[in-house]
Design a binder for this molecule. Structure first.
Ligand SMILES: O=C(O)c1cccc(C(=O)CC[C@H]2O[C@@H](n3cnc4c(=O)[nH]cnc43)[C@H](O)[C@@H]2O)c1
Length: 217
């Protein structure tokens, strides 16, 4: 790894997502794309490991994700305007209490909204279907309509769900590096129906996204 403050680090959960991003980047020499592993803990640990020895000006968590109905449809892109750990908290008789509410710290990583707007604008200019909104990170992927409604109700405007963004973004924040999360929607968040997942379509739009963003980043 070249240690250079002009470099960008992109973390994906699995190699299929890494390969899609690399196809879009056309062998860009200033962007490193690495596999973080699935889930927030692996993603945080592996991102922190990289940042401990190499300097970057930006970290991006990206890959496929679930879209919330009416906010992010399958085959579209979502750029996070807030990265939220949706299940960091306590189950109580009155419902879920987040770490924020309990005073245990923040479950959110703020993002540079001017960068979010530039990224979203570039994708829109390229005629790619894109929206912005909070992206939640979970340790257990939603699998029922009840859970989808509960999570959607707790995070106003939530657009998408995935499993690595908060881990990647928190590791970056601890190292003083700004972070983004960009998701290509492979499925709708809700009742588990693997037959309804459109992973290839999502990987295709992920590739297109990074072929556009290569010029901007
Ligand atoms: O439901 C299943 O049988 C099943 C089998 C394999 C993988 C899964 C996943 O949930 C993959 C999680 C993986 O993909 C991202 N992802 C994509 N869609 C979602 C979602 O709706 N909720 C959470 N994560 C999602 C995630 O970032 C992981 O890397 C399920």
């Amino acid at each position: 790894m070249v240690s250079d403050k002009n470099r960008i680090l992109i973390m994906t959960a699995v190699s299929a997502e890494k390969d899609a991003v690399l196809r879009g980047l056309h062998a860009n020499q200033t962007i490193d794309v690495l596999v973080a592993g699935v889930g927030p803990v692996a993603a945080a640990a592996n991102t922190a490991k990289v940042l401990a020895t190499s300097k970057y000006r930006l970290v991006i968590s990206t890959g496929i994700g679930g879209g919330f109905s009416g906010r992010a449809e399958v085959g579209t892109l979502v750029v996070a305007d807030e990265i939220v750990a949706a299940d960091l908290g306590v189950e109580t008789l009155e419902g879920f209490s987040s770490f924020d509410e309990l005073g245990f710290g923040s479950t959110k990583v703020q993002v540079d909204l001017s960068l979010v707007n530039r990224v979203t604008g570039a994708l829109h200019e390229a005629k790619l279907p894109v929206s912005t909104g909070p992206i939640i990170t979970v340790s257990t992927a939603t699998g029922t309509a009840v859970s989808a409604a509960e999570r959607s109700g707790r995070v106003p405007g939530v657009a998408a769900e995935a499993m690595e963004g908060y881990g990647v973004a928190l590791a970056a924040h601890i190292h003083g590096v700004p972070a983004l999360e960009i998701r290509a929607i492979s499925n709708q968040v809700g009742p588990r129906d693997k037959n309804a997942w459109r992973i290839k379509e999502a990987l295709d739009v992920l590739e297109k996204a990074f072929s556009v963003l290569e010029e901007l980043l």
